[in-house]
Design a protein around this ligand. Structure first.
Ligand code: SAH
Length: 353
């Protein structure tokens, strides 16, 4: 890129930081400019903003993948209903509590209950899980990531003590959503769920995959507009990675470069956002999570699921850390984070408003 164009590209980053806004055309440019100096500048500004809000602290979330049964058939996902090769499992309440015990002793103060949309996990069962975790560990936050439910169910979970809810919107473009999901799934309903979660009072997380099949830069611009308007407390962004038992088996994965760029842009758009350096990012690049932290992410989510089920919660191929004990995971994660100059803290890690 010639010098004038490049200096105007850097100026775009400054303006994004200052105004938390750009025109659609400018977002497009930011997302497609592959110049190295530009990428480094964007990441450096995102890091500066992150340090202004959160200092050098990295928040820890313990991910408990408590069921891989799912009634949905998302085309990209390895635990989709029609994947007969997935070995299904559910953790008992006791097993979930045991994972929390292990996690608490290791310094985790947030537990994320994630799973497929499993009809066995009735509202009563989820309420009971939340109640038991909160009774045993009142100084922790409970995050749910169990998909789309009725408003009344979300309300019951909140009343039982759930603090946060992760429901990636996946894509803010309806036609793209309909490409990625079968006809019985609804873009409008997913978006409605997010609004209901917000109204109830949860700290809400949405997000999207970088490089999902059929994704165009225009779709990502729409994602950024949606984030700008919805102002989620958390945004989960990771690369799409193919799973061998899906129709997208031979699609290329999302790139590290695009994922990092999205993290940085979202950091500048929403300075207080909680942004995880995801496992998927660590899967496509051995240093992916470190790079994510250096591009504006401030959260890590090591796996707290019991080792015997980890290999079964496979949303995509080659997922990392499936063989490790929780203690090993956290030791490894601490070392990784410290090498970036940041530090994992023992805290619920709530949103800074
Ligand atoms: N059933 C819950 C949790 C879904 S799994 C829900 O509906 O919200 C969490 C996230 O993993 C999904 O939202 C999706 O963005 C991501 N995911 C699924 N398949 C993936 C793949 N092949 N590559 C990368 N990320 C994937």
């Amino acid at each position: 890129m010639n010098r004038n164009l490049q200096s105007s590209a850097l100026e775009l980053v400054d303006r994004l930081e200052r105004d938390r806004d750009l025109s659609d055309e400018e977002f497009f440019l930011v997302l497609t400019d592959d110049d190295e100096e530009f990428r480094e500048y964007l990441a450096a500004r995102a890091r500066a903003v992150r340090e202004r809000v959160y200092g050098k602290e990295v928040y820890l979330r313990g991910l408990i993948e408590f069921t891989n049964y799912c009634k949905n058939n998302c085309r990209y996902c390895g635990i989709r209903r029609d994947n007969r090769n997935a070995q299904r499992y559910r953790l008992t309440g006791e097993e979930v509590l045991a994972s929390c015990d292990t996690g608490y002793a290791l310094g985790f103060r947030t537990f994320v209950l994630q799973g497929g949309e499993d009809p066995f996990q009735t509202d009563d069962r989820i309420v009971s899980l939340i109640t038991r975790i909160k009774a045993r560990y009142p100084d922790t936050a409970v995050t749910l990531s169990i998909g789309e439910r009725e408003r009344e169910s979300y309300q019951r979970f909140f009343d039982a003590g759930a603090d946060r809810y992760l429901l990636r919107h996946e894509t803010a473009d309806q036609a793209h959503y309909e490409l990625l999901h079968p006809a019985e799934m609804s873009f409008v309903h997913r978006m409605q769920c997010l609004r209901e979660l917000r109204k109830i009072g949860y700290q809400v997380g949405c997000g999207m995959m970088a490089g999902s099949p059929g994704q165009k830069t225009e779709h990502l611009v729409k994602d950024l507009r949606f984030l700008q308007e919805f102002k989620p407390e958390m945004v989960g962004i990771g690369p799409f990675i193919p799973h061998h038992d899906t129709e997208y088996a031979s699609c290329p994965p999302g790139t590290v470069g695009l994922t990092l760029k999205l993290l940085s842009v979202v950091r500048l758009l929403l300075p207080e956002a909680l942004l995880p350096a995801t496992t998927a990012l660590g899967t496509i690049d051995p240093m992916g999570r470190e790079k994510g932290l250096m591009a504006g992410a401030n959260v890590v989510m090591p796996n707290l699921s019991p080792p015997q089920v980890r290999e079964k919660y496979l949303l995509y191929d080659n997922k990392i850390c499936t063989g490790d004990e929780a203690a090993e995971c956290i030791r490894c994660m601490r070392a990784r984070v410290e090498r970036t100059g940041y530090q994992i803290v023992v805290s619920r890690g709530d949103w800074h408003c």
